[in-house]
Design a protein around this ligand. Structure first.
Ligand SMILES: Nc1ncnc2c1ncn2[C@@H]1O[C@H](COP(=O)(O)OP(=O)(O)OP(=O)(O)O)[C@@H](O)[C@H]1O
Ligand SMILES: [Mg+2]
Length: 250
């Protein structure tokens, strides 16, 4: 994949149909997703809002190939490769690993960096697995952390660790970044820097962003806001324009 300007946001990237997830069985069954139908577009920024336990992380984990659906399908429709229309819910474990490597970048609330590796090394371990990856120093510079490349996670603030985690997700230039409460552990100013790093990736590479948050203010940086409740999409709002994260207050 080459660095290209964001594609017109009308082109679909991911098509989700009837996605259902039930944990457990019988009386103990938890219906985490109750038939989700959703299309994510290339280059769009989508914020997913909803109460605790409504299924947001479950959806992200299935889209990212970290968890298996009970029913339904998830198809990458925006790709020119031969497997473009493969339902990721039917992939073998090997193909699913490849899918995760090539298509998806994950950003979690608590960064999940390897403590014994420096910022640069945390990124290099991912880059080594991905042909065509960017350079570790290049992505660290993109998130404004070039001078911190040789620092260990314990020598970085929470906001800096999160930007290393974004750089790690970004290094393979995935078409889709799944961010589960990326600012959940950060204060306003570091949260803004984190969101700016994500939006920068969106602008430079046309990366589609799906961002889970509890913070309704953050929804204003998105093209579309999905309101989730009890495993279902309750409504979708389209923002007339994206707000720059610097204009947020929370
Ligand atoms: N591995 C699991 N086994 C059983 N139940 C689970 C599992 N993971 C999640 N659940 C249940 O599925 C439902 C949805 O959980 P999920 O983590 O997706 O919610 P969430 O919207 O991300 O919540 P939060 O905002 O608190 O992170 C919850 O009722 C949760 O208890
Ligand atoms: Mg969650």
């Amino acid at each position: 994949m080459s660095a290209s300007p964001p594609t017109a946001p009308a082109a679909p990237l991911l098509s989700i149909t009837g996605l259902t997830k039930v944990y457990g069985a019988g009386e103990a069954a938890v219906h985490a997703l109750r038939g989700i139908d959703l299309e994510l577009l290339r280059g769009e920024v989508v914020v997913l809002l909803g109460p605790s336990g409504s299924g947001k992380s479950t959806l992200l984990n299935i889209l990212g190939g970290l968890d298996a659906a009970t029913a339904g399908s998830v198809r990458f429709v925006g790709s020119a490769t031969a497997d473009a229309h493969t339902d990721i819910c039917t992939l073998s474990p090997t193909d699913l690993t490849q899918y995760r490597r090539e298509r998806v970048g994950f950003v979690f609330q608590f960064y999940n960096l390897i403590p014994s590796l420096t910022a640069r090394e945390n990124i290099e371990v991912v880059a080594e697995l991905s042909p065509g990856a960017l350079g570790a120093d290049e992505v660290l510079a993109l998130v404004g952390l070039g001078p911190r490349a040789d620092h260990f996670p314990s020598e970085l603030s929470g906001g800096e660790q999160q930007r290393v985690a974004i750089a790690r997700a970004l290094v393979k230039r995935p078409p889709l970044m799944l961010c589960d409460e990326p600012t959940g552990a950060l204060d306003l100013n570091t949260g803004i820097l984190t969101l700016q790093a994500l939006l920068d990736a969106n602008r430079r590479f046309g990366t589609t962003l799906l961002i889970v948050t509890h913070n309704a203010d953050i929804a204003r940086i998105a093209d579309r806001v999905i309101h989730f409740a009890d495993g279902s999409i309750r409504s979708i709002t389209v923002n007339p324009e994206r707000l720059d994260p610097a204009q947020l207050h929370w």
